[in-house]
Design a protein around this ligand. Sequence first.
Ligand code: A2R
Length: 331
Amino acid sequence: MAVDDTRPELLQTGPMMAMIEEQLARHFRVHRLDGPDGEAVLAEAGPRIRAVATGVGATAGTRHRVTGALMDRLPQLEIVANFGVGYDSVDAEAAGRRGVVVTNTPGVLDDEVADLAVALTLSTVRRLPQAERHLREGRWPAGSFPLSPTLRNRSIGIVGMGRIGRAIARRLDGFGRPIAYHTRRPVPDLPYPHFPELIALAREVGVLIVIVPGGAETHHMIDAAVLEALGPEGVLINVARGSVVDEPALIRALQDGTIAAAGLDVFEHEPHVPAELIALDNVVLLPHVASATHVTRNAMGQLVVDNLLAWRDGRPPLTPVPETPWPPHSR
Ligand code: A2R
């Protein structure tokens, strides 16, 4: 390290967008955990690392998760900047105990993810990809595409009513269908009925849209019993995290008609999608693209960098997660 290089040392856990990597390289001395010998990087630079940039989210292998064990190797660590609003690949509780602040990228992707959630809902209920395949495969001259289910006779349940859940509800308001939701605590001043029990909401609605954070609290909250309650006309939409849905139970429910259909942007073991799901005709499958537009991913990337620069300049991080509020003495 050059003697006059005072840039803070930063650990990058995996590949990030070019616009992030360029700025990190300008403002920090970057060490890569995903290089040929991450262990050697940790052993050599770990004691000097003060910041981590991470963003592989749900697709992370265990190696790239920011665990308490990794933080133990980084005794000078002060900040973990996560790309994505979901930060289930960072142990935020462990960070909080060590006085490390974790930041994520909330807000800048709400509308994009909500747009996608609505598109996926309509695609799944109206079977739009299947209809397109009918046309592309030249089957139209031989017969019209079969009539589809509809949103017209359904109420919609939203599981999670945070920033993104509310953006979804605002859009669906325009569809003229009843909306209800499940969270642990009711949201004040919201016009929709709150269901404290998820299973009761599932029983009530024809579409269940899942938009809660991943992690231990929500692991497999959509299980066989919830799917059973959703029923044979029911449609499940998951734009949250794959871990929230018991995927084998969902596959069985789709195969045996326990529910009608599912639209999934996320999976338990991304980027691996079970062959049983791909074989089904009553699913719409997307490769985790809800926030994946140039505009929104750039906004998310800039927020990662801006959080790190704020910390470097001694200003408060812009978007600390609730487990690590700022300033630290408010914890
Ligand atoms: O339960 P509450 O009252 O904290 O409401 C939050 C809800 N939520 C849950 N609902 C039921 N059971 C749980 N165990 C549970 N844990 C959290 O999820 C709140 O209504 C919502 C989360 O809202 P935000 O923190 O504003 O998150 P945002 O920005 O809407 O994103 C949600 C997730 C991300 O974490 C990514 O994994 C995914 O969407 O893309």
